[in-house]
Ligand binder design. Structure first.
Ligand SMILES: Nc1nc2c(c(=O)[nH]1)N[C@H]1C(S)=C(S)[C@@H](COP(=O)(O)OP(=O)(O)OC[C@H]3O[C@@H](n4cnc5c(=O)[nH]c(N)nc54)[C@H](O)[C@@H]3O)O[C@H]1N2
Ligand SMILES: Nc1nc2c(c(=O)[nH]1)N[C@H]1C(S)=C(S)[C@@H](COP(=O)(O)OP(=O)(O)OC[C@H]3O[C@@H](n4cnc5c(=O)[nH]c(N)nc54)[C@H](O)[C@@H]3O)O[C@H]1N2
Ligand SMILES: [Mo]
Length: 768
């Protein structure tokens, strides 16, 4: 069998270890950046260096080891790659042909080096000067009947300084249309948590890992998506504290892990068992698990046991009675059926939780990407309130964010529903009246494109069209636009699925130096635990035609708003001036920004619930009732399977590093569907048969993806999983959490409608 043939073979070694070390070396080699890449790796996440462009997990204050991981190295290698997309490349490739290429191929072509404009006559991108590019955008924006006819997207790699100014520019232009990647990601955290605890951010910090007596990791694939957190989990296990992993997929790194930084473990081929308790949850079963745990606690409390933190509940919270009544009335049979977890295990997990005096609950997309993601997040808080798990070391709620600065972008104004206090401050600091009406989130932006009211789309990073649901409809929506602008580092789908006019604007990346007339500049990043640190690139920009994002925003603002009294040129020259304005707009958290950011390990933005201060409407922590057990609308179809779209170990969102997913035992194929063997056999389908999946939707639109190889996997019955973004065509636009607008990408109702020749199992007792 050749090396590029699909192979499926369960991975049985611990995650991490030599496999990770080898993979790191391989990716540096493949991108031909061994020397350059290794030099950059030495500066990544070190004081004075730059922040890893991959995930949002914080750096430890003073870890002695080199702070990078296999996937951070991949992100860096792909950014620092030797390959280039030049004007000659565009001249040789018609856009229609590029559109036929895979995401992997597009990414492989390398870094963008020059601003380009789509030329319809030749169906190619042709060079354009920066001035002409800004003039073209200004012409379109100024010609609009309303500023609300433009959509300003942001992806979470954009640093604070650029995001803050982008938010000011767009509001000075006149709209709050800020669709962003967070709208598809942790928006249930940002919109759900405030009603519970008053802030839309997590409350734990790195030191809490050292004091926790129990850690829950729910719906998050740590070893792949925030690998630096594995060090914390390993240390926690070495301290002997329990780690409860709740996931329909027994993710390898959460079972056994060898820390590549642990010399002894590496030399002895040792490992650490991570999950002390693995809860094999059904997709969307977390609500029933949480309620089952609460039921155990309320019952034991009623029997006289001191399992609740009565003092905390009385002093800090309101609303427990309604929650208690609802939970006590639930049937064990229903809790077990909905969660897929036995009563015995729910009781055991509740007992682990009760015994711990400080628990942190970490969660990811397995919690947020459901139709009731926001309310599910609130239930995490209910559970934490019962044991007073706020305002003490080792405890709290810990959403594990995605993009490295997605949390920071929101903090500094990328928000389609901005709070009044921010708008008031913008008004007084910048001297213009920002629009007060709420703007569009991601799904609303697509609706506006489909309706034809949106005319212009500007993407500050990211790959909007590939990240969003309902691929076919979204592509059509994008193509209706008059102008699409992609501010990017690398070629992606958004450049080839474009509006009538289109621009690609190349940027200086995170790992690269920013020099202005005022000297070398740095930017700042806020991680998942609200630490703000400076980031200074160390590599030379790939081309003198790439501009820093701050520069692009300022020059765009100048072109679009020629009479603006805001000192855009000064900001572009001296990023310290931008930070001064951030400090003025957010004095509570960003006071003394200039001094505090000089600290090599950064500073922490105040999160009031850490001090038992609750910025909620009633000033209390709120138990919130969410009746029932369904986080997704029930579907009455015996053939229904719930599909979770997940990331492989070898991708960063829409960037595909390779076709393999080593920890799940998949090599050279991304068109796979993981399924419980019994669900497969019940349908009379052979192992590794090719199948077609169809969405069970109510809007009459047919959504199908074919050519998927079935891979037997230890998933609960009724659950299937496959890769994002290949399966996005199955995710309907109207299938989302109403509170946050987040697509329910982890629970798409689907059925298998066809399987290829040779697909039927010889022994099959199928019921299809
Ligand atoms: N290397 C790398 N790092 C990344 C990214 C990347 O693509 N590659 N992406 C970044 C971004 S933007 C984000 S948001 C994060 C994403 O990081 P994660 O939150 O880990 O995202 P996913 O891989 O989508 O899936 C999360 C997990 O949810 C589980 N799951 C699915 N449904 C359910 C459910 O109903 N309940 C529970 N309990 N679990 C469920 C899946 O099995 C999977 O293990 O990672 C960030 N970091
Ligand atoms: N079905 C399904 N859909 C999903 C998800 C899922 O789990 N399932 N996850 C959702 C989530 S959590 C997220 S966050 C979104 C991700 O959505 P996005 O953030 O829009 O997508 P990315 O793939 O991260 O964007 C990659 C592109 O960003 C550009 N880029 C990289 N670095 C930089 C930089 O430093 N500056 C600039 N300006 N550009 C840069 C490159 O050109 C690259 O091609 O997808 C969402 N979509
Ligand atoms: Mo994300």
């Amino acid at each position: 069998m050749s090396d590029s043939q699909p192979r499926f073979k369960p991975y049985t070694s611990p995650a991490g270890g030599w496999g990770a070390a080898a993979a790191t070396a391989r990716v540096l080699m493949r991108e031909s950046v061994i020397v350059k890449g290794s030099r950059a790796l030495l500066a990544m996440n070190q004081p004075g260096g730059f922040k890893c462009p991959s995930c949002a997990f914080p750096d430890p204050e003073c870890r002695e080891t080199l702070e990078f991981c296999e996937n951070g190295a991949k992100a860096l290698a792909h950014e620092a790659t030797r390959f280039r997309v030049t004007p000659e490349f565009f001249a040789q490739n018609k856009v229609t042909d590029l559109a036929k290429q895979s995401d992997y191929w597009l990414e492989r072509q390398g870094r963008l080096t020059q601003p380009m404009r789509y030329d319809a006559a030749t169906d190619t991108y042709v060079p354009i000067s920066w001035d002409d590019a800004f003039a073209l955008i200004a012409r379109h924006l100024r010609a609009l009947d309303s500023p609300h006819h433009a959509e300003f997207y942001t992806s979470g790699r954009t640093p604070n300084e650029a995001a803050f100014l982008y938010a000011i520019f767009v509001r000075a232009f006149g709209t709050n249309n800020f669709p962003d990647c967070s709208n598809m990601c942790h928006e249930p955290t940002s919109r759900g948590l405030p009603s519970s605890i008053g802030v839309g951010k997590g409350t734990v910090v790195m030191e809490d890992f050292d004091h926790a007596e129990a850690i829950f990791v729910v719906g998050q694939n740590t070893g792949t998506n925030s690998p630096r957190m594995m060090t914390n989990l390993v240390e926690a296990r070495k301290r002997g504290i329990p780690i409860v992993v709740v996931n329909p997929m027994p993710e390898r790194a959460l079972m056994q892990f060898t820390a590549p930084q642990d010399v002894v473990q590496m030399a002895t081929f040792g490992h650490t068992d991570i999950a002390s308790e693995f809860v094999h949850i059904r997709i969307g079963g977390d609500l029933a698990l949480f309620k089952g745990m609460m039921k155990v606690m309320f019952e034991r409390a009623a029997a006289g046991e001191a399992v609740l933190d009565e003092e905390f509940i009385a002093a800090q919270t309101v609303g427990i009675d309604a929650v208690r009544d609802e939970v006590l009335a639930l049937d064990w049979a229903d809790l077990v059926a909905h969660s897929g977890v036995s009563e015995e295990q729910i009781r055991r997990v509740a007992d682990i939780y009760i015994r711990s005096k400080a628990t942190m609950i970490c969660y990811g997309m397995g919690i947020t990407q459901h139709q009731e993601g926001s309310r599910l997040v609130q239930q995490v808080c209910n559970l934490l309130f019962l044991r007073g798990n706020f305002g003490k070391p080792g405890a709290g709620v810990s959403p594990i964010r995605g993009h490295s600065n997605v949390q920071g972008d929101r903090t500094v104004g990328i928000d389609e529903r901005p709070p009044a206090i921010y708008l008031d401050r913008v008004q007084s600091v910048f001297g213009f009246d920002p629009p007060r009406e709420f703007g569009h989130h991601t799904l609303e932006a697509i609706e506006a494109m489909m309706a034809g009211t949106a005319k212009v789309f500007i993407g500050m990073g990211g790959n909007f069209v590939r990240a969003v649901p309902d691929t076919e409809r979204s592509y059509a929506a994008m193509r209706k636009l008059d102008l699409t602008v992609a501010i990017s580092t690398k070629l992606n789908r958004g450049h080839v699925i474009h509006g009538k006019e289109a621009l690609i604007l190349p940027v200086v990346s995170r790992s690269e130096r920013i020099e202005t007339a005022a000297g070398e500049q740095f930017v700042t990043i806020e991680d998942s635990m609200s630490n703000v640190t400076a980031s200074r690139g160390v590599l030379d920009p790939v081309s003198d035609q790439c501009l820093p994002e701050v520069d692009i925003v300022c020059r765009l603002a100048r072109a679009v708003l020629p009479d603006s009294p805001i000192p855009w040129d000064d900001f572009a020259r001296d990023y310290g001036l931008i930070r001064d304005r951030i400090a003025q707009v957010y004095p509570e958290i960003y006071h003394d920004f200039a001094e505090r950011v000089a600290n090599p390990t950064g500073f922490h933005l105040d999160v009031p619930p850490r001090r038992l201060v609750w910025p909620t409407a009633n000033g209390k922590a709120n138990f919130l009732l969410f009746a029932g057990l369904d986080v997704d609308r029930p579907v009455d179809d015996p053939q229904m399977l719930r599909l979770a779209t997940v990331r492989s170990h070898d991708q960063f969102n829409t960037t595909i590093y390779s076709y393999s997913d080593r920890y799940r035992g998949v090599y050279n194929d991304r068109m796979v569907l993981f399924i419980n063997a019994d669900d497969r056999k019940a349908r009379g389908i052979a192992e590794q048969a090719q199948v077609t999946l169809e969405t069970i939707a109510t809007d009459g639109i047919k959504r199908e993806v074919g050519g998927l190889t079935l891979v037997d996997y230890p998933l609960p019955r009724g659950a299937v999983a496959g890769y994002y973004p290949e399966l996005n065509p199955l995710l309907p636009l109207d299938y989302y959490d109403k509170i946050s607008g987040t697509p329910a990408a982890k629970s798409i109702p689907v059925r298998i409608v066809a399987f290829g020749p040779g697909g039927a199992a010889a022994e099959g007792e199928g019921n299809l």
